[in-house]
Design a protein around this ligand. Structure first.
Ligand SMILES: Nc1ncnc2c1ncn2[C@@H]1O[C@H](COP(=O)(O)OP(=O)(O)OP(=O)(O)O)[C@@H](O)[C@H]1O
Length: 295
């Protein structure tokens, strides 16, 4: 159950579009992973999550390791079915829809996992253009595998993450940080209206971290997409995102406009653990494949 001392913020002043229906509505949501569900009914990855996110909002999700950030993003991407509670994306519960309708709903979302599932032997241009697959006919997709359909678009997307020179590199020759940005370049080529990004800075240096967040925010604002980004770098979350959702042990600890988040709240959230500062991190662990997938 959610701690009764939890603080729930309003969306006032957080960039929400008051006129539009919410992108997400979650009410008392419980989420379990299969293995955990087998061990104990108590061990939910997320419990009692109530959250509404308006179209166009930009939200950072923070919290210590294991808090449930990746699980939340997988649920929002309609990749992980909640065990209990209400979940709606764009006003629809994906898990009551037929397969084809759910597929159409997922095409409105893009999840960029921490470790993007890029085919290692593929060239970067092909991997980035794969974001357009939902918009293409089967024939066009097959032709693009041999002769990339729109290399200029891939170049421009990569260039926004300072990676234009890797257009024709092989994916398995990229560093961890370059792979991560390659995954984010795919996001720019999607037509998604909800952008879900899991720890995009874990393998990036401070300058690239700033560039990456600025690019994501700019893209979301331009297409009036909702942006939800999990971050270990609390300082960057507070500097860039109007709304901060803090998770710990699978529950929401606070959900507030950033001006209302105090250093004491952050210290309590991490309880002895040191929140990451925006310093160069070790490259992303290759064994950690985020729940969910890119759509
Ligand atoms: N595939 C899985 N099977 C079983 N349990 C899982 C699985 N993935 C995550 N969990 C558990 O669910 C909880 C939430 O994990 P999650 O990965 O969502 O946290 P996180 O906040 O993203 O952590 P991190 O910051 O380390 O990436 C943890 O207790 C974790 O051990």
């Amino acid at each position: 159950m959610q701690d009764s001392s939890n603080i729930t913020g309003t969306e006032t002043g957080t960039g929400a579009d008051a006129g539009a229906g919410p992108t997400y509505r979650l009410e008392r949501l419980t989420v379990r992973h299969l293995a955990a569900a087998q061990v104990s009914a108590q061990s939910a990855a997320l419990s009692d999550i109530t959250l509404t996110v308006a179209q166009g909002e930009q939200v950072a999700v923070i919290g210590p390791s294991g808090a449930g950030k990746t699980t939340l993003l997988a649920v929002l991407a309609c990749a992980h079915r909640p065990a209990d509670g209400v979940f709606q994306a764009f006003g629809q519960d994906p898990w009551t829809l037929g397969e084809a309708q759910r597929h159409r709903l997922r095409a409105r979302l893009f999840l960029a996992p921490q470790t993007p599932p890029l085919p290692p032997r593929q060239r970067v241009v092909t991997a980035v253009l794969a974001a357009r697959l939902p918009q293409w006919s089967l024939w066009r997709a097959l032709v693009s595998l041999v002769k990339p359909a729109d290399p200029e678009a891939a170049y421009h997307a990569l260039a926004r993450f300072n990676l234009g020179d890797k257009l024709y590199a092989r994916v398995d020759r990229l560093s961890g940080g370059e792979r991560q940005r390659c995954g984010l370049a795919r996001l720019l080529l999607s037509s998604a209206q909800a952008l879900l990004v899991d720890e995009p800075l874990s393998a990036l240096d401070p300058a690239l971290s700033e560039l990456t967040i600025a690019t994501l925010r700019q893209e979301a604002a331009q297409r009036h997409a909702t942006l939800i980004c999990s971050l270990h770098q609390v300082d960057l979350a507070l500097a860039h995102f109007p709304r901060i959702v803090a998770l710990r042990d699978g529950g929401i600890v606070f959900d507030l406009p950033r001006e209302q988040v105090t250093p004491e709240m952050v210290t309590a959230l991490y309880q002895g653990e040191q929140p990451s500062a925006s310093v160069p991190a070790a490259s992303a662990p290759t064994s950690r494949v985020a729940v969910g997938a890119c759509f």
